[in-house]
Write a protein of this length. Structure first.
Length: 120
């Protein structure tokens, strides 16, 4: 199966051949076609759909219980979030980074990249 972006795409505004590009928005990578002449952009439809899923999850509030397990507390991560992360091909290890950011706020990081950025 071929990707739509593997075809030649002409800009609808100036009829110039568009070039492949990568765009980043909210740490989300988009495949795109960009016109070198007028800078018009076309975002890959699958990437756009995945970004919309991300935005919907980001804006959703989950209520989960905190449970006592031995000498620690456990909080479950909703399946919806874990499924999305796996779809995005994020590498999830058994160990995650948990940080106490502020009064009433914890941060949970799953990727090595986030760990490295925070440490610098």
């Amino acid at each position: 199966m071929t990707d739509i972006f593997d075809s030649t795409i002409l800009c609808s505004k100036c009829n110039t051949k568009m070039q492949k590009a990568r765009l980043v928005k909210n740490n989300f990578l988009f495949r795109a076609m960009v016109c070198p002449k007028c800078n018009d952009k076309i975002i890959h439809p699958i990437d756009k759909e995945e970004y919309n899923k991300f935005v919907n999850l980001k804006n959703k509030e989950f209520h989960v219980k905190m449970r006592l397990v031995g000498n620690s507390y456990a909080v479950s991560i909703p399946k919806e979030i874990v499924s999305f992360m796996r779809e995005q091909e994020k590498i999830m290890n058994d160990m995650v980074r948990l940080c106490f950011e502020d009064i009433g706020k914890l941060s949970l990081n799953f990727t090595e990249e986030v760990k490295k950025q925070k440490e610098q």
